[in-house]
Design a protein around this ligand. Structure first.
Ligand SMILES: Nc1ncnc2c1ncn2[C@@H]1O[C@H](COP(=O)(O)OP(=O)(O)OP(=O)(O)O)[C@@H](O)[C@H]1O
Ligand SMILES: [Mg+2]
Length: 231
């Protein structure tokens, strides 16, 4: 579904992503794991058209998409749950969800699905989004992305700022989405949870992929255990 090949990305003249190649198949859960500053956000911004200062190839559903503007990529089914969540704090929860609609005829069905996944969003429907807890805001950000019924759901560090309990909850909902057939690309620093949830993983360090493989194999890789899992 998504294929990235030899991608270089720059911030002004500074190159921060180097020769990145990775892929996500339909129905797959794939993670790019890496520490602060590895280039995760830069990579997702490039995928969704927010940073076009890049070269290489990005193919989505067979089409070359590098350089396309964000709204077109969103229409094509690429939805991002951004690192900073970027919900509308002074709008009710339900209005935030509705802001993600692309096909009005699917609104009821999508809302029903999201409420099944995150019942709290239905309970808090009329509450101002800014008054939700951090975990609830993350669920809202995911819910809003799902309102567009995306082909590929990209999440930039959904675990940031959440208690272990809430991290578990958010990741279980992503697993559930995976079981329902959703294709997911997860950028994470929480290596243990990300690898436990995904099928395949890539390790990103200093803007380069240094390791890749089946998630289970990476979880048992001594280098990864030492560097990221505190063994
Ligand atoms: N707008 C910018 N201008 C210049 N450099 C930037 C800009 N945004 C990011 N960078 C640099 O690019 C590198 C990668 O940053 P990026 O935000 O992609 O990392 P990240 O993996 O998302 O990190 P984190 O886990 O902290 O979110 C860093 O060295 C950062 O300082
Ligand atoms: Mg980031």
């Amino acid at each position: 579904m998504l294929s990235v090949s030899h991608l270089d990305v720059f911030h002004a003249n500074l190159q921060v992503v180097w020769d990145l190649s990775f892929s996500v198949g339909k129905g797959e859960l794939v993670t790019l794991i890496g520490p602060n500053g590895a280039g995760k956000t830069t990579t997702v911004e490039t995928l969704v058209g927010l940073n076009r200062n890049a070269r290489g190839t990005i193919t989505f559903c067979g089409e070359d998409i590098l350089g396309m503007p964000p709204y077109r990529l969103f229409q094509k089914g690429l939805a991002l749950v951004p690192e900073k969540r970027e919900i509308f704090p002074k709008m009710p929860v339900v209005e935030n969800l509705l802001s993600g609609v692309t096909d009005p005829s699917a609104t009821d069905k999508n809302l029903e699905h999201i409420y099944r996944l995150f019942p709290i969003l239905q309970e808090r429907g009329q509450q101002m989004a800014g008054t939700l807890s951090g975990g609830e805001q993350q669920m809202l950000a995911i819910g809003r992305a799902l309102m567009s019924n995306p082909q590929l759901l990209i999440l930039d560090e959904p675990s940031t700022g959440l208690s272990p309990l809430l991290v578990g909850q958010v990741f279980r909902s992503l697993e559930q989405l995976g079981r329902e057939g959703m294709t997911v690309l997860l950028l994470e620093q929480n290596v243990r949870h990300a690898l436990a949830m995904c099928h395949r993983g890539y390790v990103l360090e200093n803007g380069r992929i240094v390791k890749e493989g089946k998630a289970k194999e990476l979880l048992h890789d001594p280098e990864i255990q030492k560097a990221y899992l505190g063994f």
